[in-house]
Design a protein around this ligand. Structure first.
Ligand SMILES: C[S@@+](CC[C@H](N)C(=O)[O-])C[C@H]1O[C@@H](n2cnc3c(N)ncnc32)[C@H](O)[C@@H]1O
Length: 465
């Protein structure tokens, strides 16, 4: 029941303009943040339909429920994955189930549609509903093969390569990243053993790009500048095989505490968490003298996160001011990050689709920092940064079947006195990502990383899932 109470409380606060969904969810201290986030987003998306059902069935009068509590319960009962509560509340909702179902059916008949998603307002239709559920296998705790075997034993079926075949319990391995598994959008692993044990991380494919591309070496010194809640930190740690130093900063203490739990569950040990403003971290401190890799994923508008946006005119009106402030902050972070004296490689990412926070920030930064240049990333990736920054990557629901995302990689230019990334191509520890002689970062999709790993080094000790 706690899930529904919390979700309703957050929806109340959003209506009272007490904060953004994402912030309120993270601040809630709820133990399963992702589950709560998904429920709040989905209820918001279907809000108009749910309101109609609640009113047409006079549910509030019959049950004494508050409006938003009724909406989250009706969402899960009729549209979501079924009620996750028991006791009196479940009994009460089941008592009204047939009337609620009939109300939903009448709305569909009236609108001449057969599927629930066709009831969504046009601005949100087709947006998030088509994004598959991506699962990153946490190689600090298990292997992709063991996870696939485990799921097969549970009745899932593994089908090679066609995204169209992914539905129900059928899943596939991602074509770009071999430790990502792809499931249907409806799949929810929040209560699954593999998730609770930290063997899998529920992370959108696009959000896996930054750590993959930064690809820090095992034993390296790395900074994750704006790190909480830590999915990218745990990904970096997996690539570094938990060896080296991973300095992770975040300004928000609550988000850092969520992050601590996440990293503990994921078995990450090479990190040093600090509740610090990255802009105040001294690049010349001896502590960071060996930092050669930085991941910068600063606060952004989140406009690529499809479930957070209903495209309302009110939302669009707020944008210019807010975007300007965000872009200024992002540029300051980027300029600051480039001051670390030994830095060779930096990945900048946002989950925003606005050029102001992406290409424009990167262009302004390059103007100010002629020692750095862009790397042409993943030539086979279907969506590029906006012209002229086509070295960078973008991601979207339509072209990459992910949330909207932007990634740029900057490397230090060769000078007679400095180490050069192009003179010394970085050692790529994950064989699914390779750097060729033109320092283009590419993804091999014809060989599983495990096969290549076997070629290069002794087989790591396998932990059974
Ligand atoms: C987009 S989120 C990072 C998500 C994270 N990289 C992940 O993958 O889980 C941005 C984070 O930057 C943090 N932040 C904002 N300003 C900051 C600053 N000046 N220094 C450090 N962290 C900051 C926010 O608290 C927020 O947690």
């Amino acid at each position: 029941m706690a899930l529904y109470m919390k979700a309703a409380e957050i929806l109340d606060k959003v209506e009272q303009r007490k904060g953004a969904v994402k912030t309120l969810v993270y601040d809630s201290k709820f133990q399963n943040i992702k589950q709560l986030f998904a429920l709040v987003c989905e209820t918001q998306k279907y809000s108009l339909v749910l309101q109609e059902i609640v009113e047409n069935t006079r549910l509030l009068k019959h049950t004494n429920l508050r409006n938003n509590l009724a909406k989250v319960l009706v969402y899960d009962l009729l549209i979501g994955q079924g009620l996750k509560c028991g006791g009196n509340w479940k009994a009460m909702m089941l008592k009204h189930q047939s009337r609620l179902q009939a109300a939903l059916a009448r709305i569909k008949v009236k609108r001449k549609v057969s599927r629930n998603q066709d009831l969504l307002p046009p601005s949100v239709q087709h947006k998030g509903s088509d994004i598959p559920r991506y699962v990153r296998v946490n190689t600090l705790k298990t292997t992709v093969e063991d996870v696939i075997d485990y799921l097969k034993r549970e009745g899932y079926s593994y089908h090679g390569t066609d995204l169209c075949s992914v539905s129900g319990k059928v899943f596939m391995r991602d074509l770009h990243f071999r430790d990502i598994l792809v499931f249907s959008a409806k799949m929810d692993f929040h209560d699954h053993f593999l998730y609770k044990a930290g063997h899998i991380i529920l992370q959108d494919k696009a959000s896996c790009l930054p750590a993959y591309l930064l690809d820090p070496p095992v034993g390296g010194h790395v900074i994750d500048a704006c790190a909480a809640p830590g999915n990218k930190t745990s990904h970096l740690a997996a690539i570094m095989k938990n060896k080296g130093k991973l300095f992770a900063f975040d300004l928000d203490a609550k988000r850092l505490s969520t992050m601590s739990t996440l990293l503990l569950r994921a078995g990450v040990t090479c990190h040093r968490l600090a509740n610090e403003d990255f802009l105040k971290v001294d690049p010349l401190s001896p502590a960071y003298k060996d930092v050669k890799h930085i991941l910068l994923d600063p606060s952004c508008s989140g406009s690529g996160m499809v479930c957070l946006h209903d495209g309302s005119s009110e939302e669009q009106e707020q944008e210019p001011e807010r975007l300007k402030a965000l872009a200024t902050f992002q540029l300051r972070c980027l300029n600051h990050a480039l001051k670390f004296p030994k830095l060779q490689r930096l990945v900048y990412s946002t989950c925003s689709i606005h050029p102001q926070e992406n290409e424009e920030v990167v262009s302004l930064c390059l103007e100010k920092n002629p020692d750095f240049r862009l790397i042409h990333l993943l030539p086979e990736w279907p969506e590029r940064g906006q012209d002229p920054l086509t070295e960078c990557l973008r991601a979207s629901t339509t072209k990459t079947f992910t949330h909207g995302f932007f990634v740029a990689m900057l490397v230090r230019q060769a000078t007679p006195n400095t180490e050069s990334s192009s003179k010394q191509p970085p050692v790529i520890s994950d064989p699914s990502v390779v750097v060729d002689e033109q320092t283009e970062v590419s993804v091999e999709d014809d060989q599983p990383p495990a096969a290549k790993k076997r070629r290069n080094r002794k087989k790591p000790k396998k932990q059974k899932t």
